[in-house]
Design a protein around this ligand. Sequence first.
Ligand code: SAH
Length: 348
Amino acid sequence: MERLDAFMARANAAYYAARDPFADFTTAPEISQVFGELLGAWAAEVWEAMGAPVPVLLAEAGPGRGTLMADALRAVGQTAPAFAAALRLHLIETSPRLRAAQAERLPAATWHDRIAELPPGPLLLLANEFLDALPIRQFIRRDGAWRERFVADGNFVERSPSPDCPPIGETDASPLPLWAWAAKQTKVGGGVTAPEGTVIEHPSAALPLISALAARIAAQGGAALFLDYGPAVSAPGDSLQALRNRRPADPLAEPGSADLTAHVDFATLAEAARAAGADTYGPEPQGLFLARLGLFQRTGMLARQNPGRMEELRAAAARLAEPDQMGRLFKALAVCHPALPMPPGFAE
Ligand code: SAH
């Protein structure tokens, strides 16, 4: 029997080590080159606002095939040569297989297993669909109390918090006391307690990660930009999902054979980042965020240069930005040093 976050960590490590994730799902940088180009321009502009420090760490967490960063670097090479010369590229990737794919496109990078291993200094960090792959814990309301979900032989089993799990009320993995977090999550209008069977999720890996990153940014300067899918407001619900061959699969069956993700609880992560001393912007719907960065102008320019690809480029931009496609469910969240102005793409 394994706690859900331990199961998810093990399953995803096996999955990313052994399989080509892009056979199972498609991500924004694989849809349009403009995605990475705009994020490169975003980083260059924030770097200017930081006072153009030299050198500066440009990092990406979970770079996949390296597409986003390759597009970003090509764009800044053309439009922001001073930033291109100042940046030192660092990639956070645990999968040896994906590291090899990234090295083909980004030979000058230095790799790390964890964000905490980055060298010190001003930092710009990008991450697309990274947080959704991080392990979560789930609790379920039974008989007026919270039970935790464990995994045994492909099924959930419910247990009261066990010796290997921090008691509800205090958790060393979280800067927020878990009980306060759970109470907030389960307020179903007017402070009503959660009905029987309600599932709540705790981002047990992302919370300490974002707290440490925010503290580092507050102390050493810089900003981080996360794009991922999840609600704007924390809400109860089981969002654990598995994709295999582009189709939903049973998340608990055959660990390592499917990509496991959960919705990102942006509000809780932003609160933790602010508690650690950083400013946050968003979560902003991806469609609005990319439109403000110039998604449609850049797409139009590319289409004029490549008239044969016009339809494909337009369709790709629409897929990223339309509310009924990726434009609304996906969000952008920025974590910034408090002295920085509002970064591009966000609004008051
Ligand atoms: N950002 C890419 C890939 C998203 S898939 C894109 O948009 O296409 C998730 C990525 O995060 C993969 O590169 C995966 O190997 C990496 N990853 C997943 N869990 C990780 C962890 N705990 N630490 C570091 N990298 C992780």
